[in-house]
Ligand binder design. Structure first.
Ligand code: G4P
Length: 528
């Protein structure tokens, strides 16, 4: 039986990530959230100034960002009587695979929208990913200190484009230079906005009740406008409904400005109150509940550590059930070995710290010396593997070649390790010694060459290769798979994890093979 302290530790945790289009304000919100979590004295130190659009070969900038982001990959902080884990996702679209996998490790998401722009492309894509698990979504309409679009129109757009019902929790009063604050529909109070308080937490003035004459004194004619508006809003929008929220069908919506540090705390209040506590996960053997006392977890991300003082790779493991204790024994279920872990890391708002204990919902960092891959499961002894951590078929391919042919071993090792990290995918054709690199975004190619040089001392260059797409293949019938392997050998390769892959020179070729071998399944994603 779990004791009450154990249950309490799990119940008070909230693990979430932010999804947004670049420039909507993810970084700024992260800073303010940490400010409320008492994790930062003064907001503004999460990241240096970003370069906006990356030049394709802007490797130094990439490296800098990556170097910083390993420490901010996971941020844990207390808020009210809860413990919040915020998982960061890469800003650049070319690393979206990493983002998708990170989304498998959270229990809810905060969607940040630039209210001047509305729903943008990247947000649509990321929402599709959250839909795979019906992850509950909280929405923050940002940049109210600018001239924004009509709030009702924004909600309509979210409902129509993202197919999720909106329940406004706060409603904005004015916008841009005339932004006065928000009315909190559930608390029946107006919270007034004051400029110039973006870097600290300040008391804001609160006026109770909508008919309070103080409101007219404070915001003049906006008060009557608000009263009229609210009638309309309440008629036209949805009321908050906890079940619909948990099912991913309805999103509570908050308005504010991250830069002005206004509204972020309302959102956080909603998050700790409504967002789910740590949830269990499906495995290939059974569903594992978060409140089971035995430890289990899965690796959703591996990152090389750019800090020269710690030149190791960190595997990020989401604890699904139970509790991690320093020095405990875990079973690495893919290789069927027990390992003792005494140096797991926690990520207290940016600082790496050695960890004494952690609970379901938390992320721990395991030092990886090459035996851990994305998707690996750790348990307390039971043999199962968590499912649902995807690898996506790459869409871009290049052959990689050495400048110095004697370094073949290092090149292979480097590529396989980078593919274990999920930085890139590597394919080795069955019929020759080529090494083909596959990526989802172009920037990955540059990163791979730069890292091969920096970490493996290998000079590599790319050449064109005639590959249009790749599919992982499988077949229940071993005999048929064998036959396929023989007949289609010229198009087959092994990926970094030795999985059989069909490499198609054209989409038509792929289609023909699919018709010709109806018993073979061609997968666009591979589960780790
Ligand atoms: P991202 O991580 O989602 O890409 O966005 P980020 O927080 O970096 O914000 C993108 C830009 O939008 C930044 O301006 C940031 O200051 C600004 N911003 C964020 N929230 C608000 C807000 O509530 N109101 C206004 N007016 N601006 C906001 P930048 O000029 O690109 O960078 P910086 O010079 O401010 O650092």
């Amino acid at each position: 039986m779990a004791d009450s302290n154990f249950v309490n530790e799990i119940n008070k945790r909230r693990t979430f990530a932010i999804i947004s289009h670049p420039d909507a304000g993810k970084t700024t919100i992260t800073e303010k959230v940490l400010l409320f979590g008492n994790a930062l004295q003064v907001a503004g130190t999460v990241k240096g100034k970003k370069s906006g659009q990356h030049a394709k070969s802007d490797w130094m900038e990439m490296e800098k960002e990556r170097g910083i982001s390993v420490t901010t990959s996971v941020m844990q902080f207390p808020y009210q009587d809860h413990l919040v884990n915020l998982l960061d996702t890469p800003g650049h679209e070319d690393f979206s695979e990493d983002t998708y996998r990170t989304l498998t490790a959270v229990d809810s998401c905060l969607m940040v929208i630039d209210s001047a722009k509305g729903v943008e492309a990247r947000t649509i894509k990321l929402m599709e990913v959250t839909r795979l698990r019906d992850t509950p979504i909280i929405t923050f309409m940002n940049k109210l200190d600018r001239d924004i679009r009509d709030p009702i129109e924004l909600l309509d757009e979210v409902e129509e484009v993202l197919n999720i019902k909106c329940a406004p929790i706060t409603w904005p009063i004015g916008m841009g230079k005339e932004f006065k604050g928000v009315y909190h529909l559930l608390r029946d109070e107006t919270i007034l906005y004051a400029t110039g308080q973006g870097h600290t937490i300040q008391d804001s003035r609160i006026i109770k009740g909508l008919d309070n004459p103080e409101l007219d004194d404070a915001i003049g004619s906006y008060a009557d406008e608000l009263r009229d508006m609210l009638e309309l809003v309440q008629g036209a929008s949805h009321e908050f409904d906890q079940d619909a929220f948990l099912a991913g069908e309805l999103t509570p919506v908050f308005f504010g400005t991250a830069l002005g540090n206004f509204g972020v705390d309302h959102m956080l209040d909603g998050l700790v109150k409504w967002a789910p506590k740590p949830q269990g996960r499906e495995s290939d053997a059974r569903f594992v509940g978060a409140d089971e006392t035995k430890f289990s977890g899965f690796v959703f991300k591996i990152q090389a550590n750019m800090d020269p003082k710690h030149r190791d790779r960190i595997a990020f493991c989401r604890i699904v059930s139970g509790k991690y204790e320093k020095g405990m024994k875990m079973r690495h279920t893919r290789i069927g070995k027990d390992v003792r872990i005494s140096d797991a890391l926690t990520f207290l708002a940016g600082d790496r710290a050695l960890l004494e204990e952690a609970y379901a919902g938390d992320i721990i960092g395991l030092h990886n010396h090459g035996s851990i891959q994305i998707g690996d499961t750790f348990s307390a002894g039971e043999d199962f593997r968590f499912t649902g951590i995807p690898n996506f078929a790459p869409e871009l391919f290049k052959r990689i070649r050495l400048k110095d042919p004697l370094k073949m071993k290092q090149l292979q090792k480097g590529l396989i390790q980078l593919s274990e990290e999920g930085a890139v995918q590597v394919f080795r054709p069955l019929i020759n010694n080529d090494l083909i690199v596959g990526a989802v975004g172009v920037l990955q190619f540059d990163v791979v060459v730069a890292r091969l040089k920096a970490e493996y001392n290998v000079d590599a260059i790319y050449e064109h290769v005639n590959v249009a797409t790749a599919r992982w293949v499988s077949c229940d019938d071993a005999r048929k798979l064998d036959e396929f392997r023989r007949k289609a050998e010229v198009n087959l390769a092994l990926d970094g994890g030795d999985n059989l892959t069909y490499i198609a020179p054209t989409m038509v070729n792929l289609q023909l093979s699919q018709e010709r071998y109806p018993d073979i399944v061609f997968h666009t994603t591979r589960e780790h």
